[in-house]
Design a protein around this ligand. Structure first.
Ligand code: LLP
Length: 381
């Protein structure tokens, strides 16, 4: 990725920079892979920056929300209500009411008590709520433990054993209609075998339902496709073909069944960069620290998950040395990367933290009374 460094030099750091040309290319790459029965609902939790959302709306995608706030953000951004799905283990009444009023496509329901409340609230609004059941397929994705969601011990979804009962139960309810099954096994998944396992598990479940005479019109396989954090310039666009081909090859859809995806990270991660400036170089007792003006408040993934984001000095190419790259926050975990080889850096140099488009800006906090940073796109600079 090339950065408009002269423009960057005039801006207050830290800030988020989004390359919408790369975003558009990424969206186009996905569209190339879509078939008429495929539907992508962008996972809003990855990034709700309106400048980013505009491109995703223009590409014709729907949205996947997990809160009333996200539903409002996607209505404001112009996503059509009938392409919105709403997941989450703890939907509040006002959030369900907002979704009903908006007329969303589908609630991804995670428990029987939740189903009862949706039925009741839909009744009050004289509506029928479309629901899909989020089934916990007990598949372990090979990713960070904090971001796997499809194992039996996770809080998400309804167990496979309860699936038939709950589907049959909706038939007796007057204000809900069951239109599908929903799955999501985790995030930052790079091993397609995990999606093979998911597909085979869905095939089994569909057969089980069929033995009760049930065929549902929609299958939603969630999100989770990972990106290359190590080499963002080598792989700016994830391997969408491999991902979609996996489902096409292994998932047995019934005639007219629609296939839904909830991609988040793979759409927006690589187009976003957190841009920061070097404040100080500090020689500690055993380590040399590169202290920058962005911290875990602007990009919490390294502190929270031990995640790696490539760090680049945009203004120096002079030799190489080893630093711990750290932020200014009063927390020992405010470290981006340890023992990192990077050109010799000076106060004022611009530092890029790459692949920050997903779960970067959206997870920012004001801890230490910091202000939330600005964002810019290549179109503006
Ligand atoms: N659908 C559901 C039901 C989800 O729970 C998630 C993510 C997605 C879709 C989108 O997954 P993606 O395609 O982005 O992998 N903050 C963490 C990631 C948490 C993901 C939570 N669920 C991180 O920074 O790695």
């Amino acid at each position: 990725m090339t950065f408009p460094i002269e423009k960057f030099n005039t801006l207050r750091t830290p800030f988020y920079y989004y390359d919408t040309a790369l975003l558009d290319k990424t969206l186009e790459a996905i569209k190339q892979e879509l078939r008429p029965n495929h539907h992508v609902h962008y996972a809003m939790k990855a990034c709700t920056n309106p400048k980013v959302l505009r491109h995703i709306v223009d590409a014709g995608f729907g949205a996947d929300c997990v809160s009333g706030g996200e539903i409002q953000a996607c209505l404001d951004a112009g996503f059509p209500a009938d392409k919105i799905v709403f997941a989450g283990v703890g939907k509040s009444d006002w959030e369900i009411e907002l979704a009903l009023k908006a007329g969303i496509f589908c609630f991804n329901v995670e428990s029987v008590p939740e189903l009862d409340i949706i039925n009741e609230l839909a009744g009050q609004q004289h509506q029928t709520a479309r629901v899909a059941f989020r089934i916990n397929p007990n598949v372990s994705a090979h990713t960070h433990t904090n971001i796997t969601t499809g194992r039996a011990e996770n809080k998400f979804g309804i167990s496979m054993e309860d699936m038939v009962d709950i589907v049959l139960r909706t038939r007796e309810m007057s204000n809900v209609e069951c239109i599908g099954l929903h799955f999501h096994i985790g995030s930052q998944i790079l091993d397609m075998e995990d999606f093979v396992t998911l597909s085979l598990r869905i095939n089994e479940l569909q057969e089980m339902l069929e033995s009760y005479g049930i065929v549902l019109p929609n299958i939603n396989v969630g999100g989770g496709l990972g990106i290359d954090y190590e080499a963002p310039d080598l792989h700016p666009i994830p391997e969408f073909k491999k991902y979609f081909d996996t489902f096409r090859q292994y998932l047995r859809l019934r005639p007219k069944q629609q296939l839904h995806f909830e991609l988040g990270r793979s759409i927006v991660a690589q187009c976003g960069t957190l841009v920061s400036r070097v404040l100080y170089i500090k020689q500690g007792a055993v380590k040399k620290f590169l202290i920058i003006d962005a911290g875990m408040t602007e990009l919490i993934r390294p502190a929270l998950y031990g995640a790696y984001h490539k760090v680049e000095n945009l203004t120096s190419a002079e030799g190489e040395t080893t630093y711990d790259v750290v932020g200014p926050i009063c927390e020992s975990s405010d470290v981006f990367v340890k023992d990192y080889r990077i050109p010799v850096s000076r106060r004022g140099d611009l530092i890029a933290l790459r692949s920050a488009g997903a779960y970067g800006e959206i997870m920012a906090s004001q801890y230490n009374c910091r202000t939330l940073p600005a964002s810019y796109t290549n179109e503006e600079l």
